[in-house]
Write a protein that binds this ligand. Structure first.
Ligand code: DGL
Length: 282
């Protein structure tokens, strides 16, 4: 097989900072890859929005990422994948798109009680992808699902470790725990940033499944198969952009990823659902 040498960046998109939980795994596994990350914080949260609307946001961002010369797109956002993964692959057939689905499969394989929990958002819960995952992997397993919109908002505030945020986490998780789950699937990429609070609520006997490492491995496989991997040895760069407030995004990257001085560019939506950079890095 010929050596693959493609130094173009990978494009990633999420409604906000949730996809950073996947980005940090990608950085670890594939450090020579460069990434352009777009958080659509101007439209956050995606979870309560209709499918058509999420599709138009996802298309606009993918077009922008293609204009930035991205070689592949990753959608590290369950809600965006639920609403738009299939659609995006049809609309942009020339570019490989790596998506994600709730990690019911490993949970169903590991459970001993036969009861697994899923925390997610409305768009993911109501999407066809979730129904299909249940169909494929949850036969004979009891799946208890909790839609947790406030957890997305907590992470967008920096995932504060306070009694108030713990009480919000408890409000969602205590009823799930009472059903006898021994596996909890994080069905939203924001939630790994609440791992401390979630663990505190669940105790040590319930396994928490974060799909981010599996998404990073899948990305590595697709890059290799398509001969798109960056030559090893280089140090990849990350470009952060937000459709929301660049200073707030910068605060979140510092808080959640512990990056010292991330540069964040502001981008703006136009009425035709295209986006462009309006402010250089802060
Ligand atoms: N990070 C998201 C997900 O994985 C989006 C949450 C939202 O915007 O509601 O679903």
């Amino acid at each position: 097989m010929a050596d693959s040498t493609d130094s173009r960046p990978i494009g990633m998109l999420d409604s906000g900072v949730g996809g950073l939980s996947v980005l940090r795994e990608v950085r670890q596994l594939l450090p020579s890859e460069s990434v352009i990350y777009v958080g659509d914080q101007g439209h956050l949260p995606y979870g309560p929005r209709p499918r058509e609307e999420i599709r138009s946001f996802v298309s606009g961002i993918i077009q922008f990422l293609l204009d930035q010369n991205c070689k592949l797109i990753v959608i590290p956002c369950n809600a965006a994948c639920a609403a738009a993964l299939h659609y995006a692959r049809t609309a942009f057939p020339a570019i490989p798109i790596v998506g994600m689905e709730p990690a019911i499969k490993p949970a169903a394989e590991h459970t001993k009680t036969g009861v697994i929990g899923v925390i997610t958002t409305k768009a993911t819960y109501q999407g066809e992808l979730f129904a299909s995952v249940l169909d494929r992997f949850a036969n004979g397993i009891q799946v208890e699902t909790q839609v947790c919109p406030e957890l997305v908002l907590l992470v967008e505030q920096g995932a504060p470790d306070t009694p108030q945020s713990q009480a919000i986490v408890a409000g969602y998780l205590d009823p799930l725990k009472a059903t006898g789950i021994d596996e909890l699937v994080l069905g939203c990429t924001h939630f790994p940033f609440l791992d401390k609070q979630i663990r505190a609520q669940l105790g040590s006997d319930i396994e928490i499944i974060d799909p981010a490492p599996a998404v990073a491995r899948q990305l590595g496989r697709v890059l290799a198969q398509r001969q798109l991997a960056h030559p090893a040895g280089a140090v990849g760069q990350v470009r952060y952009l937000t459709t929301g407030d660049a200073d707030h995004m910068r605060f979140l990257i510092k808080t959640l990823l512990h990056e010292a001085e991330p540069a964040v560019e502001a981008v703006q939506w136009h009425n035709d659902r295209s986006i462009e950079v309006v402010r250089n890095p802060v």
